[in-house]
Design a protein around this ligand. Sequence first.
Ligand SMILES: *[C@@H]1O[C@H](CO)[C@@H](O)[C@H](O)[C@H]1NC(C)=O
Ligand SMILES: *[C@@H]1O[C@H](CO)[C@@H](O)[C@H](O)[C@H]1NC(C)=O
Ligand SMILES: *[C@@H]1O[C@H](CO)[C@@H](O)[C@H](O)[C@H]1NC(C)=O
Length: 240
Amino acid sequence: MMAGQRSSFIATLAILLLSFVCSTQARRIKRVDQELSARNKPMDLSKFQVPLSNGSATLPSPTAGLSLKAITLGRGTQNYTCAAGSTAAPVAIGAKANLLDVSSLLPLIPSPQKAQTILNLLPQYLVSFDFSVIQNASIPILGKHIFDATGVPVFNLGAKGVLRAKKVAGIAAPKTASKGANGQGDGAVDWLALTEVAGSVGLKEVYRVETAGGKAPASCGGGPARNIEVQYASQYWFFG
Ligand SMILES: *[C@@H]1O[C@H](CO)[C@@H](O)[C@H](O)[C@H]1NC(C)=O
Ligand SMILES: *[C@@H]1O[C@H](CO)[C@@H](O)[C@H](O)[C@H]1NC(C)=O
Ligand SMILES: *[C@@H]1O[C@H](CO)[C@@H](O)[C@H](O)[C@H]1NC(C)=O
């Protein structure tokens, strides 16, 4: 296959996968449930590599000796605030996202060789789906991402641990990243590397990569004081 044909083939597979797992048709959901319950040993994540390069800049690698604990797909909102009359850029105040367990999706991908390529395409489709549709498709939600009252990003993965984090590095998302739902929006948030701060249990580092959407408009544009929530999706890779 030519490169162009190959990428449209992969894109089609990703759409099929998502329409399969997000379908609300009872028969299809039942098949997903059967697939999920048939899988009772943990997925081997060792052949997956966290994407670190946007094509020109590179995030630092995970610290030597740490192992990959979970790959998740985040879907939620990045939150910003504008003061009354401000024409400055909106100020980031936090985020809130559900973290879907990717290991439960991998067995549904028809070609294991293509799994990571398809995985990397999923955020741009996920950002266009209303989260309630995804929740209804019974894909396990591994955890939640919030900011605590003191502005610390927190990732709670239940039995897998809790990461309270701080940013160590960030690079712009590639120019080809989805700008938001249906490709419309103000751009994809940066790719980030974050490391643990006090209060973490079982997890030490997380990467936010393959982002889709989440950026605020460049300016508050005057107007009343308000908060802005921007839909986004992303991969989050956890190491511990
Ligand atoms: C972000 O927006 C969500 C959705 O309204 C809200 O639940 C959450 O508390 C907000 N988070 C922050 C840090 O403002
Ligand atoms: C999800 O399921 C709930 C409860 O069954 C239902 O009320 C809701 O309409 C469903 N949402 C979608 C988008 O299918
Ligand atoms: C990669 O990130 C760097 C640093 O943020 C940015 O200057 C550069 O434009 C990005 N490269 C691409 C190809 O998006």
